[in-house]
Design a protein around this ligand. Structure first.
Ligand SMILES: Nc1ncnc2c1ncn2[C@@H]1O[C@H](COP(=O)(O)OP(=O)(O)O)[C@@H](O)[C@H]1O
Ligand SMILES: [Mg+2]
Length: 249
């Protein structure tokens, strides 16, 4: 596997409103391989969102370096999915998904064709003309994923994307994400609070310590890449999630 992105000695110090400083990340280094799914876990406030924002190019005020195999173009190579899907309420599903394709020289019919393809990919074909207020939380998050994939980014960054969903919806969206990953060959970095979610989805799990976030461990997930929910019942799954849980304490 080739290295897609290497984080080398990333350190982030925030200035606080009170005139002090907070070290959010301290000397964080790890690598992401092409097509890999990396789960990033760690206690609240350890710098996970900060790290994703840096990878997305939304925060450039840090020391250390991010080395890409090919430097990414903003708004083209990086897709971002947040915990709360920021959909435009006055736009249909179709037009929310197409948002990132507008104003880039794509014709209306191209945008529509591509949007419908992605809506199909996330299983919402019957809802293309619906509005966000008519959808469940899980469906809205599917729209956000389709939108993030619209311009065919090379990497998909997801910040606790399923954290606000009920357990059943969450499990089904995890399967949906694996299916999308198989069909689209994206590199994915997903931040999660759930050790089960990390184990179920990832090739490798990066564990950060409490603030300041430092690398606590990097694990290769000891499970076959063929995942379905039966894997959650195996002793290997229980053992591995137990290890992760121990590292979060
Ligand atoms: N804009 C900011 N100004 C000052 N401190 C911040 C800012 N953003 C985040 N922090 C601090 O940096 C630390 C890491 O934040 P964050 O990346 O959001 O953590 P996580 O996503 O792991 O919960 C937290 O302690 C937070 O209080
Ligand atoms: Mg966060």
């Amino acid at each position: 596997m080739t290295t897609f992105l290497a984080a080398n000695g990333i350190t982030k110090v925030y200035d606080t409103a009170q005139g002090g400083t907070v070290t959010a990340l301290d000397d964080v280094s790890f690598e992401i391989a092409d097509r890999e799914i990396i789960a990033l876990i760690g206690p609240s406030g350890c710098g996970k969102s900060t790290l994703l924002r840096m990878i997305a190019g939304l925060d450039t005020a840090f020391t250390g370096e991010l080395s890409w195999d090919v430097p990414p173009k903003r708004g083209q190579d990086i897709g971002f999915v947040f915990q709360e899907p920021a959909l435009l309420p006055w736009r249909s599903v179709l037009r929310n998904v197409g948002l990132g394709l507008e104003g880039k020289g794509n014709s209306k019919s191209e945008i529509k064709r591509r949007s419908l393809e992605l809506i199909e990919l996330v299983g919402l074909s019957d809802f293309a003309e619906s509005y966000p207020s008519e959808l469940s939380g899980g469906m809205r998050q599917r729209v956000a994923i389709a939108r993030a994939l619209a311009y065919d980014p090379r990497i998909l960054l997801m910040d606790e994307p399923f954290g606000a969903l009920d357990a059943i919806t969450r499990d089904s969206l995890q399967d949906e994400l694996l299916k999308i990953w198989e069909r689209t060959s994206k590199t994915i970095v997903i931040v999660t609070h759930s050790v089960e979610e990390a184990a179920y989805l990832a090739d490798r799990v990066v564990v950060l310590s409490a603030r300041p976030g430092r690398i606590r461990a990097v694990h290769t997930v000891p499970l076959s890449r063929e995942r379905d929910s039966s894997i959650r019942e195996t002793p290997e799954f229980a053992r591995f999630t137990g290890v992760l849980r121990g590292e979060l304490e």
